[in-house]
Design a protein around this ligand. Structure first.
Ligand code: IMP
Ligand code: MG
Length: 175
């Protein structure tokens, strides 16, 4: 049976907000090269939109794939790396691009791991944040939208690997 998806944030609102965040980043990184780290798979739609809005800033595109060990739907403190960066980030201006920060566990571990590689700077840019779900404090530099504690899909985010290609953000109706 088809799931019913309700729109939470429209395609137009997303595009406007992503453009606004891109303008901020362009100002902050003027004359620099951004070493962009996309966290797969969820971050890929956001990253591909925002990097084109960052042009003509120089962006070096990179990908990582991680997974946290989960018990039920709650992520724990450990993380597995399925795909690591193929370039050194020492002395680079790194920005991590994420789809969503929920408990903060995944990004907190990833951030510490990348800091050990001595980048010149390391910032975090997330499409979504669910502040009410935070278990660990994490410095987030750019946030497109803060959302309530709801399971959302679309614009990179999935439900059992479906809906990543929805151009808007929605939630699956259970009634
Ligand atoms: P956490 O911040 O370590 O709890 O985990 C964040 C990860 O959980 C994200 O990168 C997503 O893959 C997944 N996630 C959390 N909330 C949602 C949601 O509402 N929809 C889809 N995936 C989610
Ligand atoms: Mg993710």
């Amino acid at each position: 049976m088809e799931d019913k998806i309700e729109v939470l944030i429209s395609e137009k609102e997303i595009q406007e907000k992503v453009a606004e965040i891109a303008e901020q980043i362009k100002k902050d990184y003027e004359g620099k090269t951004i070493f962009a780290v996309c966290v797969l798979k969820g971050g890929v739609v956001f990253l591909s939109d925002i990097v084109r809005k960052l042009y003509p800033l120089d962006v070096n595109l990179n990908f990582m794939k991680t997974s946290s060990y989960k018990s039920g739907t709650v992520s724990s403190g450990s993380m597995q790396i399925h795909l690591d960066l193929d370039q050194d980030i020492k002395d680079k201006d790194v920005i991590i691009f994420e789809d969503i920060i929920d408990s903060g566990n995944t990004l907190s571990i990833l951030r510490k791991m990348l800091l050990r590689r001595e980048p010149k700077s390391l910032k975090i840019c997330t499409f979504l944040s669910k502040p009410s779900r935070r278990e660990v404090e994490i410095p987030v530099d750019y946030v497109c939208f803060e959302i309530p504690d709801k399971f959302v899909v679309g614009y990179g985010l999935d439900y059992a690997e479906k809906y990543r290609n929805l151009p808007y953000l929605g939630y699956v109706c259970t009634e």
